[in-house]
Design a protein around this ligand. Structure first.
Ligand code: SF4
Length: 252
């Protein structure tokens, strides 16, 4: 399991620099995130760099928490994780993946047994259908391998932009940035990359995050949202970036 970003790191004062966060106020509303829009001064380039320097210092090699054996099982795990927790998905896939770690083996397992294997995960009937359908498509159109382009991944049943971003990043090392509920909340609450939709937050994050941090930015932000900047009760007192955060309701 990847480490959280709980541990405060030493902080150096960021140098002054021009604004990079754009002038838009965050007007994002998300019942799921419980974060209010942050209308604030945009982060400077130096502040953004400093934030990610601290994330990197605290956790140089962040890892995703979805367990998988190869690109195919990662793809399946991400499809199963929609509206479910990583822990819940891992519990089910620990027994599933050793016997179905390729599209061919998944098809051999069949929809009924797959459904049974993942029945503890929400929306399991639809997800089982999608996993079988995407396995078929991988066999017939991609030679049994997970494709490496966004458009191709997004063409698979049950896979959307977030799935493509996670697979491209974790399986193929591309500097993509998937915006889930945690990243959406952190982007808006901190004022780092406000946006009304996940896509807007994604694009704003891509615009402000220095290239050298892009590969791991997704995990740092997810872990920050999952373990520190919690939806209901953010742990501002131990937050690595509490001096940079623009959220008016922060507790430090
Ligand atoms: S200071 Fe609080 S609200 Fe701001 S990023 Fe840190 S935990 Fe979140």
């Amino acid at each position: 399991m990847a480490k959280s970003t709980r541990r405060p790191a030493s902080r150096s004062k960021p140098a002054a620099a021009g604004p990079v966060g754009g002038k838009r106020a965050a007007t994002a509303k998300s019942a799921a995130t419980k974060s209010k829009p942050t209308k604030s001064k945009p982060w400077t380039a130096a502040e953004v760099h400093e934030a990610f320097r601290r994330f990197q210092e605290a956790n140089p090699e962040p890892r995703g928490e979805l367990e998988h054996l190869n690109p195919f099982t990662l793809l399946v795990a991400v499809v199963l994780s929609a509206q479910a927790t990583d822990a819940g998905v891992n519990k089910a896939t620990r027994e599933l993946f050793p016997v179905a770690d390729t599209p061919a083996k998944m098809l051999a397992l069949g929809e009924e047994r797959l459904r049974d294997a993942i029945k503890t995960i929400g929306l399991y009937r639809t997800k089982a259908k999608n996993v079988i359908a995407l396995s078929e498509k991988l066999m017939t159109e991609f030679g049994g391998a997970v494709p490496r382009t966004r458009a191709e991944i997004e063409s698979l049943p049950g896979a959307g932009r977030k799935t493509a971003n996670v697979v491209l990043n974790m399986a193929f090392g591309q500097p993509t940035l998937a915006v889930d509920t945690h990243v959406f909340r952190v982007g808006n609450r901190t004022g780092l990359a406000p946006g009304k939709t996940p896509l807007e937050v994604e694009q704003n994050l891509e615009r402000v995050i220095p290239p050298e941090f892009m590969l791991h930015a997704h995990h740092w932000l997810i872990l920050h949202g999952r373990y520190t900047c919690l939806a209901r009760k953010p742990r501002c007192e131990v937050c690595l970036i509490n001096d940079l955060c623009r959220w008016p309701e922060k507790t430090v």
